[in-house]
Design a protein around this ligand. Structure first.
Ligand code: AMP
Length: 545
């Protein structure tokens, strides 16, 4: 009989247990800190973190959490939230991070749909949850976390620190399969009900390895990571896992962080990595320019969630010595898809061309296949011009939404996930998101990318933020309307914007009108909420109808 040649390596499961145990052994002296309003940072070591996570694991067991049970969090970023990030999946539970900014109806829907059995809530957020208690019957227990110095625990509820103090650490971890669920996150959901994405140990494990690579976030033990991306947004971009895996130093943003907190912590803790959506970095920019914070320790600012304006990337480089890395991803992708790093030979290119590359969303991470297809599902060339729906597949891409009959429509017959984003891919493999399908503006026979136009407007020195939406037009079907927020203390005229854009855009892509607004409405995770603007301006009458 022929000797067996396949499967001669160990069948070692790719689970978070390996990362946790390894970091516990290797990095016990490294530190994890949380911002506490009005107090110095709360700081402890990985050894403390590991011990408490093991107590929490035992406490979860005592609360009756079994394999596959959903344990929800309703919390700001903190060391306690980080402990939950690890303890829940390590005992086979599924960590469900609830978005604290959702409406009560959405929250009730999500908790019920997920069937959460225990909810860990920050004391400062309890008021938002309390009124929902009657509507979420699956929840057996609430545990309150003292996130602020004056936090009070409502009568009759368990307190996190008491729970930990009263429980001995777990002595051994259960054996898990790599396909076991580890976490769960609902998409921000612009239409219909939010949809549940369930991560597996294997998906997170592989995503962490890819994310830590030099050409990705390049995370290392030497990094100081500031966790500002909410731990309820898209798996917190997976950094709470990857950061612990590499043994980095952590600072967590604490309750309700403001742009000034970000500036102060980056400066004082010499933060090297801090991700965030563009709106946050726009706000931080104003403060750094005005008050002169030193944020030059930031060697990698992953920026994504929505398109990063090129002008912002350039300004952070040149004025602050802080390097932004544009990335694209989705809750459905754990979330990393593409990341814009220059290839070595591009370093010799003229600066203008380099920034043009860096402003794109980047090339796919190892582990992610991408393609663009036309309306008939035919694959389009990577020529930087052809525009089509971006489709992806890979070991950390959603295979089906949780318990959702409409799920199938988001997948192609040959097994790719339809992202709903419209993109081009150039010959170098750099993806550029043109728009969400619903945000593209169809004017006459031409498509206009709202993202392109708003990014050009945001390069104007008097502009803080700009969002471009389609408004109905009797002749052209739709036309772009620019909603512009001037920088504090600036006055800006419509004509200034149009003249600024004229040399940069085709005539038909110039916005018909510029309206000045106080602020661009934001979604629960800080992206421009164009739905609200479309509603506000739905009866807009064009100038030359
Ligand atoms: P979420 O699941 O909340 O992270 O949202 C994912 C969506 O955000 C994507 O499908 C894109 O529409 C958008 N998005 C994420 N990153 C970018 C980016 N760098 N540029 C443009 N859109 C982005």
């Amino acid at each position: 009989m022929a000797a067996r040649i396949d499967a001669l390596m160990m069948d070692y499961p790719l689970t978070l247990t390996h990362f946790f145990e390894r970091s516990r052994r290797l990095f016990p002296k490294k530190t994890i800190a949380t911002r506490v309003p009005g107090r110095p940072l709360f700081r402890y070591t990985y050894a403390d973190f590991a011990e408490r996570t093991m107590r929490l694991a035992a406490a979860l067991r005592a609360l009756g959490v079994k394999k596959g049970d959903r344990v929800a969090t309703f919390a700001w970023n903190s060391h306690r939230h980080l402990e939950l990030y690890w303890a829940v999946p390590l005992i086979g539970g599924v960590l469900h991070t609830l978005n604290i900014r959702l409406s009560r109806d959405d929250l009730a829907y999500i908790v019920n749909h997920a069937g959460d059995s225990v909810v860990f809530a920050d004391a400062s957020l309890w008021a938002a949850l309390e009124g929902l208690r009657d509507r979420i019957p699956t929840v057996r227990r609430f545990v309150i976390m003292p996130d602020t110095p004056d936090a009070a625990v409502p009568p009759g509820l368990a307190e996190y620190e008491d729970l930990l103090a009263g429980t001995a650490p777990i002595t051994s971890w259960p054996e898990l399969a790599e396909t076991d669920a580890s976490g769960m996150c609902y998409t921000s959901g612009t239409t219909g009900h939010p949809k549940g994405v369930v991560y597996t140990h294997r998906a997170v494990f592989l995503h962490c390895l890819a994310q830590a690579m030099t050409d990705s976030f390049g995370l290392s033990e030497r990094d100081v990571i500031f966790h500002m991306v909410p731990m309820f947004h898209a798996n917190s971009w997976c950094v709470p896992y990857t950061g612990v895996m590499v043994g980095a130093t952590h600072v967590l943003a604490g309750p309700n962080p403001q742009p000034r907190d970000i500036c102060e912590i980056v400066q004082s803790e010499k933060v090297t990595v801090c991700g965030g959506v563009p709106t946050v970095w726009i706000a931080v920019k104003e403060l750094v320019e005005h008050d002169g914070y030193d944020i030059s320790s930031l060697r990698c600012i992953p920026i994504g969630g929505s398109a990063a304006p090129r002008s912002l990337i350039e300004l952070y480089d040149k004025k602050f010595g802080a390097s932004m890395t544009h990335a694209w991803g989705m809750t459905e992708m754990t979330p990393l898809g593409t990341l814009s790093r220059l290839k070595s030979y591009m370093l010799d290119w003229p600066e203008d061309r380099q920034y043009a590359v860096r402003a794109r969303c980047g090339y796919p991470s190892v582990g992610v296949d991408v393609r663009i297809v036309d309306d008939d599902g035919r694959e389009l060339p990577w020529d930087g011009q052809s525009m089509g729906e971006l489709q992806v597949r890979g070991p950390w891409v959603v295979g089906a939404y949780y318990d959702n009959p409409e799920s199938a429509a988001r997948f192609t017959a040959d097994g790719w996930f339809r992202t709903g984003d419209v993109a081009t891919i150039d010959a170098e493999g750099y993806v550029q998101i043109t728009d969400r399908t619903k945000d593209l503006i169809k004017s006459g026979g031409e498509w206009i990318s709202s993202v392109d136009v708003e990014n050009l407007i945001m390069a104007h020195p008097k502009v803080l933020e700009a969002a471009v939406i389609a408004v109905p037009h009797p002749k052209w079907v739709e036309r772009p309307l620019a909603c512009v927020v001037p920088r504090p203390g600036e006055r800006i005229e419509r004509a200034e914007i149009i003249e600024f854009l004229r040399p940069k855009l085709a005539r038909w892509a110039l916005p018909d009108e510029v309206v000045l607004i106080d602020a661009v409405p934001k979604t629960s995770v800080g992206k421009f909420d164009k739905k609200v603007l479309r509603e506000r301006f739905k009866d807009w009458t064009p100038r030359e109808a």
